[in-house]
Design a protein around this ligand. Sequence first.
Ligand code: ACO
Length: 426
Amino acid sequence: MTNRIFTLTDQDGKSSEFAVQEGTHGPGCISISDLYAKTGCFTYDPGFGATGSCKSSISFINGEEGILLHRGYPIDQLAEKSSYLELCYLLLNGELPSETEFAEFDSSIKLHTMVHENIRDFINGFRYDAHPMAMLVGTVGALSSFYHDSLDISNPEHRQTSAHRLIAKLPTIASYCYRHHRGLPFMYPDNNLGYVDNFMQMMFSVPAQDYKHSSTAARALEVMMILHADHEQNASTSTVRLAGSSGANPFASIAAGIASLWGPAHGGANEAVINMLDSIYNSGETIETTIARAKDKNDPFRLMGFGHRVYKNFDPRAKIIAGLCHELLDELGGDQPMFDLALELEQATLADDYFKERRLYPNVDFYSGIILRALNIPMNMFTVMFAMARTVGWISHWLEMHHDPEFRIGRPRQIYIGHAKRDYPG
Ligand code: ACO
């Protein structure tokens, strides 16, 4: 490949050259770290829409073509052939595990599924009506006060132990946040079970009776977790990198990512989908009037679960999850008015010129809310589920950052628009 150079010329004719750095896939990036030295200016890019913040070999998205790769493997192949835990290994280590490597990884994760008894007390200290995300962000941050033996970020063994602890403990903590909220006793993890089955048992079983869930339900949850495991440099992942860039410990860095995910523009969208479907259903509004409102520029209403900042084609994750939705709801049987409504809305928008011209397709959140509801997971737990699945992505990026020879503390610049320098009165 030819080495591309961009030349920037100012009004006095002074030119500066900037090399383009190319990746394996995707657009190149103009390297501007010496921009200020050469031109006396910084760049201005609110929302970082045109800015590459790092080099990464973990995930790749092609939004135009609807492609998502993890370590080079297409998401549809991973969803069909892999397991969540195997994907965790792949994201963390870069390659799929051999049988022995997987067995070692699995037992290391199982070794760490329990939490210190005082963490259970810590969660019990939250008010009865605390939001599960509030408990999650606080508890994950608090892990750094329990596991001092793995906090030396310059030690690769410590980094790995912390990564395994986070992946292992998130389901336990997530289930405890739910159980505290519902006034149910905390269930200990059962290491005879797989990662997802264990989580479902900690969520839904009670000590008084046996618990069993359907394999379709467990597979639906597992695939949902695979689909949410990583997604390149999104807001929460970038937050983890920025927090971690100062040398913050992994538990504090992941807690920062959870805080970022909590926002409705990021992790809260699937909850918004269910609220929208509920409100359409309860108001008796038709699909036609709902779509007309979404198209009306004088009405702020938007169809939740449609469109994506990066995907301008069908979100590849949405294709997979739509199939899962059908399977799960078929198995559950009975009347599913919410899902029928969702399907009607999906079909109507796919045939509508407004949505076609703007390339607005149903996104992963359109379907994930429906699946989570079918699994009896309450709406205020939706973002917790997302955080549990995404923890491996966050920690993989945090680990990658610590291996990066170009890694520096993140410190963006600004355009100062406040008062010019002035004297204090008197
Ligand atoms: N319903 C109706 N119209 C829409 C929608 C929607 N959901 N999304 C975009 N549009 C229209 C806009 O009004 C605009 O129309 P115009 O060109 O006539 O002005 C055009 O499509 C482009 O919209 P933008 O806001 O510029 O698109 P952008 O890429 O910035 O926004 C976003 C993406 C925020 C996801 C948007 O589509 C949206 O608000 N969707 C609903 C919320 C949602 O589902 N969020 C989850 C995203 S997935 C995730 O985060 C995991």
